[in-house]
Write a new protein. Structure first.
Length: 177
């Protein structure tokens, strides 16, 4: 069994339109969302075997906010994840060592959303599946499991969606506590 954590970067700033896309940083809302996600990782005991992160500023800042919950997890800044298509992301996952039982991929839309829906079992249903098909907001985490031993066996329609967690979901939980 393999586990894939797909995290879309936190909300980025558009204050300065002259900043190149790859250099946009996260805004205050994104910082709050990334902190909430860090707490969620810690509270849920999420410890991926490795992290692949886009080189964009906003993804690296999202990663930095998560680091307290990631312990000593090895991190690769992967240029192919920036603005990647579903096919590129799937090909990159197929290159992972089979010894890694899980991976956290921090990237961008539409690639992450298209990868998640591509991998999802067509018969999957439930509230999380509906939310995934509706929208994949910034700062959102999709957790997929695949009944495979080798990353090269990862393909369309074999994954179960274990969780789909949006920052707004975590804000609601924090307010109730």
């Amino acid at each position: 069994m393999k586990c894939i954590y797909l995290l879309r970067h936190a909300k980025s700033s558009w204050d300065d339109p002259s900043v190149e896309d790859i250099h946009r940083s996260i805004n205050k809302r994104g910082q709050r969302a990334a902190k909430l996600m860090c707490d969620y990782f810690r509270d849920q005991g999420i410890h991926p075997a490795m992290v692949m992160c886009s080189p964009a500023t906003r993804t690296r800042q999202t990663l930095e906010a998560l680091k307290p919950s990631l312990r000593e997890t090895p991190v690769t800044i992967e240029p192919r994840v920036y603005e990647a298509t579903r096919q590129t992301l799937l090909a990159r996952l197929a290159e992972l060592p089979d010894s890694a039982g899980s991976v956290l991929l921090i990237g961008h839309n539409p690639g992450l959303e298209r990868l998640a829906t591509h991998l999802l079992d067509e018969a999957a249903e439930g509230p999380a599946v509906l939310r995934l098909h509706e929208k994949y907001p910034t700062g959102t985490l999709a957790v997929l499991t695949a009944p495979i031993d080798n990353w090269t066996d990862l393909k369309a329609g074999i994954c179960q969606l274990e969780a789909f967690v949006r920052p707004s979901d975590l804000e609601t939980l924090t307010e109730r506590a």
